[in-house]
Design a protein around this ligand. Structure first.
Ligand SMILES: [Zn+2]
Ligand SMILES: [Zn+2]
Ligand SMILES: [Zn+2]
Length: 432
């Protein structure tokens, strides 16, 4: 029998065959591999170079395209990221640059890089309200009509093509309905009204009545057969206040309050309630809201609203009180000190003074900066407009707070709602 010898690495208790020792210089295989890994790491660190693909680039379209180009993975190259995000660049594009990006998106779809192509078209439609031409939407149709929001500005020709499919294409009917609801012309509303009055036989195969697909696009068909939007069309981003700018912002702007502790306590968990937003009812985002008070306060328990809808009632001054309509969720965790989301102070936030496109944050796939007053909500899971516990109508979404922008390890969205007639607010929460 061959005698085994100890591994030469200090602290290693392994023994090895002389043959192995001859190969590795006296150490065991695991130690040998670890030594090689370290040597490789050192080599990479000494020889890695920074590559800035954007140096000397000034054309924003070229910059975006460079961001989307697949980069060859080379451990010896560290790519320097561009100083702005794609989302920020899209917001700065001029008309002709938007058209160039549409063409580039189509090119990527054509070259079977569908994810990138869709990402580009989604950015153009959501961030900038670009209406896609028929030829582009025909390409999207070939990809099973997904995502439906791309059809937002579709022509009447495309609309009729979708209607044709809904009547005859059983396999794609749901996808077609989910595209149709985004088209905002009156004929679509009329069609849903017609389907409700005289349901075609195929409606039996759907799990919900056809008009409920409209919720996906932020509207509902009222009892009278009208379109009722369930969100405010202008979106004002809620952004972190820069440390030195914060003072100035507080002085210059109005009475709005964002993310502050309320003096009230949650009856369920006994933690402090949080005022997500307190805002003047005269803010331009609210112009189409028939609310009679001066102020709207959206308060909630940021812990308990993760488990069910939290309703609050607004008094004449717009102050929020815990609503007697609240129903304790079946499950609420026992929270230990330090586990509450409202435990520490919140960073300072401010409301942007200029609005962005109302559908800016409509697609979760783009991972947009989501915190906003107004704007189409960013649903992470299923669309979820709570019913007013008083009048049983769907409540209007007033905006949302993305918790990833509040806490370093935070995630999920708080959605804020109001029934203007009954002065009841609601908050719910979704995360991945
Ligand atoms: Zn060893
Ligand atoms: Zn609570
Ligand atoms: Zn109501």
């Amino acid at each position: 029998m061959t005698e085994r010898i100890p591994c030469q690495t200090e602290g290693c208790k392994a023994t090895i065959l002389p043959a192995t020792a001859a190969k590795t210089g006296g150490i065991c295989m695991p130690c040998h591999q670890e030594k090689e890994r370290q040597a490789y790491q050192e080599y990479i660190e000494q020889n890695r170079r920074d590559v800035n693909l954007f140096a000397d680039m000034t054309d924003p379209v070229e910059i975006l395209q460079t961001m989307y180009e697949p980069k060859e993975h080379d451990p010896l190259i560290r790519y320097i990221p561009y100083s702005k995000t794609a989302e920020q660049i899209y917001l700065s594009l001029q008309e002709n640059e938007l058209s160039r990006m549409v063409r580039y998106g189509v090119e990527r779809l054509d070259s079977e890089d569908e994810d990138t192509g869709i990402d580009i078209l989604l950015s153009l439609v959501c961030y900038r309200g670009v209406r896609l031409e028929d030829e582009v939407l025909e390409l999207v149709s070939r990809l099973e009509y997904f995502p439906g929001v791309l059809f937002k500005g579709a022509s009447s020709r495309i609309r009729d093509h979708l209607l044709e499919g809904i009547a005859h294409d059983q396999d794609r009917r749901q996808a077609l309905l989910l595209a149709l609801v985004w088209i905002d012309d009156e004929a679509v509303v009329e069609q849903f009204r017609e389907w409700r009055l005289h349901p075609p036989t195929w409606t039996e195969e759907l799990h919900i009545p056809p008009e409920e697909f409209a919720l996906e696009a932020g509207w509902e068909l009222t009892n009278e057969g009208e379109r009722r939007w369930l969100f405010l069309e202008d979106s004002y981003p809620i952004v972190r206040a820069e440390p030195e700018g914060a003072e100035e912002t507080r002085h210059s702007t109005s009475e709005e309050e964002l993310l502050t502790h309320s003096k009230h306590t949650c009856p369920w968990c006994h933690g402090p309630l949080t005022t997500l937003m307190k805002i003047s009812a005269h803010h331009p985002a609210m112009q189409h809201l028939s609310y009679s008070g001066e102020t709207i306060t959206i308060a909630t328990c940021v812990d308990c609203s993760c488990y069910g809808v939290v309703y609050m009632e607004l008094d004449e001054q717009g102050n929020a009180q815990w609503s007697s309509y609240n129903q304790r969720p079946d499950y609420l965790p026992d929270r230990q000190p330090g586990e509450s989301r409202s435990e520490d102070g919140f960073p300072a936030f401010r409301l942007a003074t200029t609005p962005r496109h109302g559908w800016h944050a409509a697609s979760w796939m783009l991972e947009p900066a989501a915190s906003q007053l107004g704007g189409h909500p960013t649903w992470i899971q299923d669309t979820e407009y709570p019913l007013c516990p008083c009048c049983h109508k769907r409540m209007i979404n007033l905006g949302q707070i993305d918790w990833a922008e509040v806490e370093y390890y935070g995630e999920g969205n708080y959605y804020m709602f109001l029934c203007p007639q009954d002065r009841i607010t609601a908050t719910n929460f979704q995360q991945t």
